[in-house]
Design a protein around this ligand. Structure first.
Ligand code: RP5
Length: 166
């Protein structure tokens, strides 16, 4: 049996409670045929693991990381501080502020260490996979094609089948 392709994307989330939403990101990456790995790493509960993971990512062949977190949501920024790979941050609605806290924490990175921030929750999780496909598609033609197919299918499903009365 041939070896599984090496992951290009590392999906990281702060808690297993983030998994139901981040699964939507994983499903889309699968659809685009993007090899990936999924980890649960907390920037505040396991900061050493977060550092090791980000520092070793490029050497292990990852080309970008997607990080989902809720509440103070420092995980994407912490990963970004330990690597020069692009980081996509997904704010999750897990606290009393419904994800607005996480959105601000992730999007408001000081200059020099960006995190490409997508929408709160499930729309963001899916858009993180789309953005990853767009970035990786610059180098990997099969991924660019898979994403174009997805966009075409989306356009078709938005078209009405015929005339209809409202
Ligand atoms: C963050 O705190 C996680 O990303 C999660 O969204 C939130 C709550 O974590 P749990 O208390 O459910 O583990 O670190």
């Amino acid at each position: 049996m041939p070896d599984a392709p090496k992951p290009l994307v590392g999906i990281v989330m702060g808690s297993k409670s983030d998994l139901p939403v981040m699964k939507e990101c994983v499903e889309l990456l699968k659809r685009f045929g993007i090899p990936h790995e999924v980890s649960i790493i907390s920037a505040h509960r396991t900061p050493g693991v977060a550092r090791e993971y980000a520092m070793g990512a490029r050497t292990r062949g990852l080309e970008l990381m997607i990080a989902g977190a809720g509440m103070a949501a420092h995980l994407p920024g912490v990963l970004a501080s330990w690597t020069t790979l692009p980081i996509i941050g997904v704010p999750l609605a897990s606290g009393a502020l419904n994800g607005v806290d996480a959105l601000y924490a992730i999007v408001q990175m000081p200059p020099g260490i960006p995190v490409a921030t997508v929408a709160i929750g499930s729309a963001g999780a899916r858009n993180a996979a789309c953005l990853a496909a767009q970035i990786l598609g610059l180098k990997h033609p099969a991924i660019a094609q898979a994403y174009e197919d997805y966009r075409r299918e989306m356009a078709h499903s938005a078209l009405p089948a015929g005339t209809f009365e409202v």
